[in-house]
Design a protein around this ligand. Structure first.
Ligand code: CAO
Length: 540
């Protein structure tokens, strides 16, 4: 099946400025095959049908006229008839802004002559009902003159630059990127000096929507405009103006490339898809090659083919594991962590705990050191409320909370979860033991409700049952501190007259150094160590 150049309206000849496929490419009907350009407009020519490109007869720079053979397509089963392929509908051509000036662009609704406030409206869009605002160039207070870019609109077929046609000052911008607008929608308000010289210039009166003022829509692309010249859209002389087709703009948006930073290698500086990809690649390489000590850019981890070194298998990460990974990474890169270590003498605590074992059994509660630690932490937080706080979203304040909700890190087969004991400071040690046990059980049997997982103000991560003398726990943002608990062990402790074997509990406090300084952390640890060393203080 031949791919031919569709109807060009009044345009006799166009230049091929970009070839977007190569022989062998599998394309769908809407994929762009080539980009063509006249002295008035540029258009993307879609394949029109699904299939494989078998031949291309054109090169960049070739001059083509309507019906010229572009190439051939071997049709896939779903492809439509050869007849329609030979003559794609004119509205398939994607037209975008071009560098010439047009007498009428955005519609301006003018109230009267003199110093006036005018509305700048979306002009007639031909067959298109709705378009998306993809760029907003002006802002309130900007002094504008005719030709300055106001917004760029995009449908699935075309992108259009809407310039301003009056001199004045923008008062309001009434749209934002992402808004859907249609013909007649209010784009902006401007204060202008209007000198009306004849009745014909009164065409745009308040409330009226005048003649189609913007060409370059697909419908207009195939039609001559009123003065008989082909469709045209003005580009502003603004440096920020981007010269790129809709497909290139879409690609740039999808991968987050700011087009205004990309230099175009196409005809007359047009930005091509390859320019966008090259820019993104260069940025990635730059990030990868930037020594981490010299910049804020995160170096990218190299991809390693582990199978080269031996046999491997892949185990999918659970939903929880992926969520934990994202949370940990976010906290680690956003919060400057400091970890402070201390040891608490829990010899007396352990004597007391063991003495309560029978009663615990009767109550059906497991009395590990954890509920004592939670209780002591609550007392410590009450004495040092900064560590129970959060940094406000705008970074301007430390939010101090009048409640203490302690999160407990629980290891489950699916990954780490942190259920929260709400109002932990209001509970006694038995109740804390029961609550911790209940939440850990719910976590392991996937029965936690959303409520059980939210509202934490401070987290405890205990690895005491496993071992280890200290670690650097990662803060559970938006909290500002987390306590890591290691395994207690007997150590010789100097007790005034000699060394005594005493049970020492390793504690590691990580805190957000943006709002918690070393002395805050130090005071917190001193209080906590004192309380755990003499649990009678917990009753004071
Ligand atoms: N030192 C010495 N022994 C300890 C201890 C400590 N700090 N903490 C607990 N133990 C003992 C307990 O006393 C118990 O022994 P006995 O049965 O002889 O009394 C044993 O270790 C097991 O305790 P446990 O784990 O059943 O209970 P717990 O209250 O200490 O902990 C929970 C509950 C939910 C925190 C725990 O099961 C858990 O999931 N821990 C993992 C947390 C985690 O993954 N943290 C890492 C987060 S960062 O990656």
């Amino acid at each position: 099946m031949n791919i031919v150049l569709p109807s060009l309206g009044d345009i006799d000849e166009v230049e091929v400025t970009e070839i977007c496929v190569t022989v062998g490419d599998v394309v769908s009907a809407e994929d762009t095959i080539i980009v063509i350009e006249s002295d008035k407009a540029s258009m993307e020519v879609p394949a029109g049908h699904q299939g494989t490109v078998t031949e291309l007869h054109i090169s960049v720079g070739d001059m083509l006229s309507e019906g010229a053979a572009i190439g051939s397509l071997s049709e896939s089963e779903e492809a439509t008839t050869a007849e329609s392929a030979a003559e794609p509908a004119p509205q398939d051509a994607r037209v975008e802004s071009e560098p010439e000036q047009s007498p009428n662009d955005a519609i301006v609704a003018v109230p009267a002559s003199g110093q006036q406030t005018v509305q700048i409206l979306v002009p007639d869009l031909g067959d298109i009902e709705q378009v998306e605002v993809i760029e907003v160039a002006g802002q309130p207070g900007t002094v504008v003159s005719p030709g300055d870019l106001l917004v760029v609109l995009e449908s699935d077929k075309a992108s259009m630059e809407i310039p301003i046609e009056v001199s004045g000052t923008l008062l309001e911008i009434n749209v934002a990127v992402g808004d859907q607008v249609s013909a007649g929608s209010l784009l902006a308000m401007a204060q202008v000096e209007i000198q009306l010289t004849s009745d014909t210039e009164m065409a745009a009166q308040p409330e009226s929507v005048p003649e189609p003022a913007l060409a370059g829509t697909p419908a207009n692309a195939a039609k001559p405009s009123q003065d008989g010249s082909p469709s045209q859209v003005r580009r502003s002389g603004n440096d920020a103006t981007v010269y790129a087709g809709p497909a290139t703009r879409r690609l740039a948006r999808e991968i987050g490339v700011p087009l205004e930073h990309v230099s175009g290698s196409g005809n007359r500086g047009r930005i091509t898809k390859d320019d966008v990809k090259a820019w993104a690649k260069a940025k990635l390489n730059q990030a990868a090659n930037t020594p981490s000590s010299l910049g804020s850019a995160l170096p990218v981890l190299p991809e390693v083919d582990f199978a080269k070194f031996g046999s491997v298998e892949e185990e999918p990460l659970s939903r929880i594991q992926k969520q934990v990974a994202a949370n940990m990474h976010r906290s680690w890169v956003n919060i400057p962590h400091v970890t402070q270590h201390a040891q608490a003498d829990i010899d007396d605590l352990e004597l007391f705990r063991h003495s309560m074992k029978a009663e615990a059994q009767t109550r059906g509660v497991k009395l590990s050191p954890l509920p004592f630690i939670i209780k002591a932490v609550c007392h410590t937080l009450a004495a040092h409320p900064k560590l129970n706080g959060s940094v406000s979203a705008d970074g301007e304040n430390l939010v101090l909370k009048h409640y203490i909700n302690v999160g407990i890190a629980v290891d489950t087969p699916e990954g780490l979860v942190v259920p929260v004991i709400r109002g932990a400071d209001q509970l006694g040690i038995w109740a804390l033991a029961e609550k911790a046990q209940e939440l850990a059980e719910k976590a392991r049997t996937k029965k936690l409700a959303l409520d059980d997982l939210s509202g934490g103000t401070f987290t405890i991560s205990s690895l005491g049952a496993l071992g280890g003398t200290g670690f650097t726990p990662i803060i559970n943002a938006p909290e500002v501190a987390i306590l890591g608990v290691g395994k207690s062990g007997v150590q010789p402790v100097w007790r005034g007259e000699g060394f005594e074997p005493r049970l020492q509990l390793p504690l590691s406090l990580s805190y957000d150094h943006r709002v918690i300084n070393g002395t805050d952390g130090g005071h917190f640890m001193v209080t906590l160590v004192e309380l755990l060393g003499d649990i009678r203080r917990l009753s004071l």
